[in-house]
Design a binder for this molecule. Structure first.
Ligand code: SF4
Ligand code: SF4
Ligand code: FES
Length: 374
């Protein structure tokens, strides 16, 4: 047994008082969970501590909290690990999850945010017609592809830490978009295109994610929601050629073209190219509205007119080779930059890896000057 100090964030909106920190000392074996610590504090010190839990085995997803500022499952966080990430005072801080209203203490309103967003994406399979007499037969590989998104336990940890959702509370969000991939990746579903069109056109949909990686770090089940969002975008753009009103598809295409041409990102071209080129009617209002930012950057000498208008870099041969290898394929291989590991049987992946190894270092131009990187 060892003593652990827990500092619990307390707040009761109905009482009208301000939130405050409440400290408790608990006596438990170090491998026991933070949830057990909270429950001991509640049983022995203060029965009014609000916490939600059920399975205590990282399955039901109901005990999502923030421990020392990071979202996760209280029942899946060992006290000794929590102590290791605590501040110098050795006190473990437990707070409610973010991006959701607090009902009481550590209990957040999942219905108001998380479940509403899950409902938004039609979270069930829309079966293909004709319905088979007995069952749909699908290949094992196609189900392996969706297993990652199926591992979600709806705990809301990713929602809690999503930076886009902090800025835009209407963003559909990581959990609901991971759920969408569960059906878009499923060959039995008949509504792939409609789902992607709907979420591509929605300005709070798949193109509202800013690739901050927070949901990947937060997820206790390895669902990697951002990966699933990138897959949705690839399928929307490459397979269904959905040109959304949000310009997401054009922006991604402009980004790829920019890197192919320059080797490193030439930001001055990215904005107009995302809208169809400098003189395209769609680009003109965007360019005008970005003038104050450009002027500020010029005045602060963050960019020079020469750098903004000219292309100092040309893509080195190594970068060109990556594009040749990838674009020369008959079929698109999922080469997911966000998943680590190698597949010894995947010759295409090995070829790309070799091309990357021989390419110039990212962010450094052939002449040795530094530029912005992708
Ligand atoms: S990667 Fe996208 S979905 Fe995930 S937390 Fe960041 S902004 Fe949100
Ligand atoms: S994706 Fe992960 S973090 Fe998000 S709700 Fe599902 S299990 Fe929780
Ligand atoms: S209590 Fe069920 S996941 Fe923690």
């Amino acid at each position: 047994m060892a003593e652990f100090k827990l500092k619990i964030r307390r707040y009761d909106p109905e009482a009208g008082a301000a939130p405050y920190w409440d400290e408790h000392t608990v006596d438990l074996e170090p491998h026991r969970s933070v949830l057990e610590g909270i429950l001991q504090a509640r049983n022995e010190n203060d029965g009014s501590i609000g916490v939600r839990c059920s399975c205590r085995s990282a399955i039901c997803g109901s005990c999502g909290v923030r421990v020392n500022g990071k979202p996760g499952l209280a029942c899946h966080t060992h006290l000794d690990d929590a102590l290791a990430s605590a501040g110098e005072d050795g006190v473990i801080e437990v707070e409610p999850m973010g991006n959701m209203p607090i009902i009481k203490d550590l209990i957040v309103d999942m219905d108001a945010v998380h479940w509403k967003k899950i409902q938004r994406v039609t979270p069930w399979l829309i079966g293909k017609e004709p319905v088979p007499e007995r069952e749909y037969i699908v290949s094992r590989e196609s189900m392996i592809d969706v297993t990652q998104s199926m591992a979600c336990i709806q705990c809301g940890a990713c929602v809690s830490d999503c930076l886009s959702m902090e800025v835009d509370p209407l963003f559909v969000g990581p959990a609901a978009l991971a759920k969408t991939y569960r059906f878009v990746g499923d060959p039995r579903d008949a509504a792939h295109e409609q789902r992607l069109k709907d979420l591509g056109e929605d300005k709070h949909g798949i193109y509202d994610c800013t690739h901050c990686f927070k949901c990947i770090e937060a997820c206790p089940k390895g669902v990697a929601p951002m990966n699933q969002i990138m897959r949705l975008r690839r399928i929307a753009g490459n397979d269904f050629h959905i040109k959304d009103r949000n310009n997401g598809e054009r922006h991604e295409a402009a980004f790829v073209k920019n890197i192919e041409k320059n080797g490193i990102l030439h930001e001055a071209d990215l904005l107009p190219d995302s809208y169809g080129g400098k003189f395209h009617p769609r680009a003109v209002p965007e360019l005008i509205s970005s003038l104050p930012i450009v002027m500020t950057a010029l005045l602060r000498r963050k960019m020079t007119p020469g750098k903004a208008l000219l292309h100092p870099h040309k893509a080195p041969d190594g970068v060109k080779r990556i594009f040749e290898v990838v674009e020369g394929r008959d079929e698109r291989n999922e080469f997911n930059l966000y998943i680590s590991g190698t597949d010894a049987n995947n010759e295409g992946t090995a070829e790309v890896a070799e091309a990357i190894e021989t390419a110039e270092p990212a962010g450094v131009a052939p002449d040795g000057t530094e530029g912005s990187s992708a």
